[in-house]
Write a protein that binds this ligand. Structure first.
Ligand SMILES: [Fe+2]
Length: 406
């Protein structure tokens, strides 16, 4: 665990629970002074506050940044609420994790900060207060853990230049994440995009945390935001249906558009790579309609005025052939052609490919990033520079696109 400020009592995070257990087992102790709940955060709280403090087991991860908002995700070792204090010059605003009028309580915390200014830098600090017993009346609380004060910068469509890095298909290999992100964090990237297949299949919250969320959060240092793109392997496994709670955008989707300086970015969900009726899915997949809806949203995103006014439109997706669409693959390419898309960056193949315009009916280059590679993108008003390096920093490919008339 890194960079959390814990009171000394939290070195024994389960002390409070142990005391509770001891009291239940030995009622005679219940009246002694030692056995009284410890009031820490609020000495005058009219409800029980036990001397138990959460530990932060996953440091803050910034997800789905936009010009006016960002999501902050972190985890604790036991049930707690989640809040973020933030502000441009002081921690003078607070956002909480809540749904339908109730604060969220759990080990995973996800807070949306919105109402921000494009291109501004904000400081923030996460906090989680233990929930010991979630009773209908008189729930029992514990102490609060706070993370360190960190900083992030929102995207800004008006800035003159933009740069970001892309990785993909880390497939549960934590050392791969560390190698690639160690290199990326040496540079001041606006954000990092992960193009999917973070897992081989989704098994549990613990697995997602261990093989993707926590190492990524540690490496990005709570400062560089992550844009996540959905891969086909994230459709598989007993936890696949729960992944949206961790990886969806603020709008509850896996496809979105973002603007960063000269870049109009359109992220697409390329779904599965096999038809719905493939036997291994036993009739539990229903991608056909989902992909048709995705095609309609892709068309809407590309029809936005920004596609015409932005110097460059870059599509981010997992599968370079758009995945299994139920027969609509050419329609995806046609929409991209009509919108004069400048570049499509994908993964999935686990090897580098540079598919040139015309090779697959595409009017734009398709860059396929390999499993142990980083794509670096730099845009100005007039040029889009792309470079791909391997895990040793060795150059794999480099090219420059110039602004097209649109
Ligand atoms: Fe894949």
């Amino acid at each position: 665990m890194r960079d959390t400020r814990l009171p000394s009592s939290s070195r024994w995070p389960y002390l409070g629970f142990a005391l509770v257990g001891l009291l239940l087992a030995w009622p005679a102790l219940a009246d002694t002074k030692q056995a009284q709940p410890f009031h820490d955060d609020d000495a005058d709280a009219p409800y029980k506050v036990w001397n138990t403090t959460p530990a932060i087991t996953m440091p803050p991860l910034l997800l789905d940044v936009s010009g006016t908002s960002v999501m902050v995700e972190w985890m604790t070792d036991g049930d707690a609420d989640g809040s973020v204090r933030y502000g441009e010059h002081a921690l003078d605003h607070t956002a909480v994790a809540a749904h339908d009028g109730l604060l969220d309580v759990g080990t995973f915390h996800r807070v949306v900060i919105d109402g921000l200014e494009p291109g501004h830098t904000y400081q923030y600090q996460v906090a989680s207060r233990r929930v010991v017993a979630l009773r209908p009346y008189w729930p029992e609380r514990g102490n609060t853990v706070q993370g360190e004060t960190l900083r992030f910068t929102t995207l800004d469509a008006a800035r003159p230049a933009a740069h970001f890095a892309v990785i993909t298909d880390t497939h549960e290999k934590v050392s791969r994440i560390h190698t690639l992100l160690d290199e990326i964090r040496k540079t001041p990237e606006d954000f990092v995009a992960h193009l999917g297949d973070t897992v081989n299949w989704a098994a549990s919250e613990q697995q997602l945390k261990d093989v993707f969320l926590a190492p990524t959060a540690e490496d990005l240092g709570g400062t560089v935001p992550l844009l996540y793109v959905h891969g086909n392997h994230e459709y598989r496994g007993p936890f696949a249906r729960e992944l949206g709670s961790y990886l969806h955008t603020q709008d509850g989707r896996y496809d979105y558009a973002r603007d960063d300086g000269p870049l109009h970015l359109v992220a697409v969900d390329t779904g599965e790579d096999k038809p719905d009726d493939t036997n291994v899915y036993a009739g539990l997949n229903d991608l056909r309609d989902y992909r048709r809806e995705g095609l309609a949203r892709f068309g809407q995103a590309l029809a936005a005025p920004r596609t015409r006014s932005a110097p460059f439109t870059v599509v981010l997706g997992h599968q370079p052939d758009w995945g299994w669409t139920g027969g609509d693959n050419a329609k995806w390419t046609e929409l991209a052609n009509q919108a004069h898309v400048d570049l499509f960056i994908a993964g999935h193949e686990h090897r580098f490919m540079h598919i040139r315009p015309g090779e697959r009916g595409n009017d734009f280059p398709i860059l396929v990033v390999g499993q142990d590679q980083v794509a670096w993108v730099e845009a100005t008003d007039t040029t889009l520079k792309v470079k791909v390096t391997d895990s040793n920093g060795k150059l794999v490919d480099a090219f420059t696109l110039t602004r097209k008339a649109k």
